[in-house]
Design a protein around this ligand. Sequence first.
Ligand SMILES: [Fe+2]
Ligand SMILES: [Fe+2]
Length: 213
Amino acid sequence: MKPRDLSPADRALADVQRALETVFARPAAARPNPAQPHGDVVLDEPDRRHAAGLMRINHVGEVCAQALYCGQAAVAQDAHTRAHLLAAAQEETDHLAWCAERLDELDSRPSLLNPLWYASSYAIGGLAGLRGDGWNLGFVVETERQVEAHIDEHLTSLPAADARSRAILEVMKADEARHADAAEHAGARVLPPPVPALMALMSRVMKMVAYRI
Ligand SMILES: [Fe+2]
Ligand SMILES: [Fe+2]
C-alpha cells in the first residue's frame, strides 16, 4: 500500500511505530558504516568520554531529525512534500544506526532523554508543517544547515586519534548538505527571523544536555 493510500489512523499508527523503533530499537543502516575501513581506535579515558559525548549529541540530532520529518510529513498538504520528508527521514536512519554503533564501541549509550527529544521535535515539526509546504521545506533546509554546522564543530573537537567517529561524521556532513540542497530545489522558503535563531538556541540547549545525559 502506498503512503498516500493509508488512512489517517494507519498513518498515526505508522508514526507511533517509527517513534518506538527510533527511540527504543536498533534501526538498521542501508549503507555500510563509514568507520569500517578504519581499524580499532584506542583512546585514553578523557578522550573516550569526550568522543562519546559528541557522538551522543550526534545521535540525538538524528533522533530529532527523524521526529521532525515525521511530524512535518504528518501534516504536509502535498503528497510530493510528504514523500520528500519521509525519504529524508529514511536516509537519516543510516546516520542514527552509525552513531549508535559508535556509541557502543566507545562503551557508552544514547541519551536517556531520547523519548523527550523525539516528542518535542515531532511537535515542532508538526507545528512548522501546519504553516504550509514551502515553510515545511524551509524548516528542513535550516535544520540540515544547522546540523552540518555542528558536525563541523565536532570534526574539529574530536580527539585526533578517533578516526572511526571522524569517518562517520564526514559522510553525515556530506549527506546533510545534500539534504539541504534537495529541499531548496524542491521549493523551500527562507524562514523569517526569529525562527532560525530560536532553532539555533534550542540546538545549543540540546547539545549541552546530550553531551552528559
Ligand atoms: Fe542526519
Ligand atoms: Fe539530513
